[in-house]
Design a protein around this ligand. Structure first.
Ligand code: GAR
Length: 197
């Protein structure tokens, strides 16, 4: 069994609900897990995921981006300070809806991953489900990938495809894809943390 001391120390960055974050916390709290979520950081003080993390006894903090205006790097410097303070080894973005600066991304190269609600390289960016339905695709899905400077462009670590039904709306498809995300993200993070140096 992996002792707590051996587990990769993970921080999850969120902007909202935090359902993927919750799935990661739960996985990391299982006996023998290869990682542990020890910190959650939100860029919005009212992000719902903060209370969920606290209820699961994970340290949860907000660094509001608004006072920083257009200075993304200054906002990220505050986040970086927290990551260092908590000895974070890997960062998992989970519905973190801010584009990161190249400097921050480079500092975490190979140790920052993201979940995206499409079968990348299809539909990077926003409104993925509406775009997949409008294109007449037979399936949507989700992808976990390494974070690089290009938005939603890094190496793909895992994907789950979800059939698109004839009467699907973006919301109904999003719900089924989200359920797949909750399976995919913990599995990929677990595997990655077993192989990290
Ligand atoms: C998830 O569907 C995630 O894939 C998506 O936001 C949702 C967050 O839900 N992320 C992106 O669109 C990133 N570009 P959650 O807060 O309940 O995990």
């Amino acid at each position: 069994m992996t002792s707590t001391a051996d587990r990769v120390r993970v921080a999850v960055l969120i902007s909202g609900t935090g359902s993927n974050m919750a799935a990661l916390i739960d996985e990391g709290q299982k006996p023998g897990a290869s990682f542990e979520v020890v910190l959650v950081v939100a860029n919005r003080p009212h992000a719902g995921g903060l209370a969920i993390a606290e209820a699961k006894e994970v340290k949860a903090l907000a660094i509001d981006h608004q006072p920083f205006g257009a200075d993304r790097a200054a906002h990220e410097a505050e986040i970086q300070r927290l990551l260092i303070q908590h000895d974070i080894q890997l960062v998992a973005l989970a519905g973190y809806m801010r584009v990161l600066t190249p400097g921050f991304v480079q500092g975490w190269r190979g140790r920052m991953i993201n979940i995206h609600p499409s079968l990348l390289p299809l539909y990077p960016g926003l409104d993925t489900h509406a775009r997949a339905i409008a294109a007449g695709d037979s399936e949507g899905g989700c992808t976990v990938h390494q974070v690089t400077e290009g938005v939603d462009e890094g190496e793909i670590l895992g994907q789950i495809a979800v059939p698109i039904l004839h009467d699907d709306t973006p919301d109904s498809l999003a719900q089924r894809v989200l359920a797949a995300e909750h399976r995919l993200y913990p599995q990929v993070l677990s595997e990655l943390c077993r192989t990290l140096d």
